[in-house]
Design a protein around this ligand. Structure first.
Ligand code: GTP
Ligand code: MG
Length: 197
């Protein structure tokens, strides 16, 4: 994918603020701190288009990024971050659910998990949700630079067993630090978009 344009559009706190371009949207879901915002930056080869950070809970609302006036990357708040109040957790959950449940142009949901760890119960719930939504998906095994290449298959296998026992969903090792997997992620996105038109 050649990136001619990548621009932040809006942080939307409610559906009335969602952009109405009608372009297909690719949403990024996953535990807080797993690397969703870093993936946006890696995909468009920019250092800080999306805000990232060491403190989990960096992304708090639904962020839309225009890619080539053709599709939208949608960075969602992460789940499973223990150190926020119940009220705040609920508010983020509601924002994410509202987006995922109501957005007609949502075409694909990329589920990010940490390549080093077994997926959590929350990840399994998210995967079930994605499956039931009927949207296309791929599992991104993030922070792949934290293990050696020789270990990719073993770890991808553990993730697949937990989330996709029938093996129908691509599992893509990805590193925002080394840009591993960038082409593979664009390729699953392109495939989904082409299917849609
Ligand atoms: P929330 O917005 O809180 O949901 O987090 P997020 O999923 O958007 O994570 P973010 O991209 O902000 O990254 C969290 C931390 O992980 C940051 O310190 C990043 O630098 C680091 N990180 C992200 N991707 C990678 C990666 O591929 N490799 C390594 N080593 N660190 C990464
Ligand atoms: Mg984020």
């Amino acid at each position: 994918m050649i990136i001619r344009k990548a621009e932040f559009i809006i942080s939307a706190a409610s559906p009335s603020q969602y952009p109405n371009t009608g372009w297909p949207e690719i949403a990024l879901a996953g535990r807080s701190n797993v690397g969703k915002s870093s993936l946006v930056n890696a995909l468009v080869n920019r250092k800080s288009l999306a805000r990232t950070g060491n403190t989990p809970g960096k992304t708090r609302i639904v962020n839309f990024f225009n890619i080539n006036d053709r599709l939208m990357l949608v960075d969602l708040p992460g789940y499973g971050y223990a150190k926020v109040s119940k009220e705040e957790k609920k508010a983020w959950g509601t924002l994410t659910e509202t987006y995922l449940n109501t957005r007609g142009s949502l075409t694909m949901i990329l589920l990010l998990v940490d390549i080093r760890h077994e997926p959590s119960a929350d990840d399994a719930v998210m995967m079930d949700y994605i499956r039931q939504s009927g949207r296309d998906t791929a599992i991104i095994a993030a922070k792949a630079d934290k293990i050696s290449r020789g270990e990719y298959n073993k770890h991808a296998g553990i993730i697949r067993t937990a989330l996709d026992p029938y093996g129908s969903v691509p599992v893509i090792p990805f590193s925002s630090v080394r840009h591993t997997g960038v082409e593979e992620v664009w390729s699953v996105i392109e495939k989904t978009i082409k299917k849609r038109v």
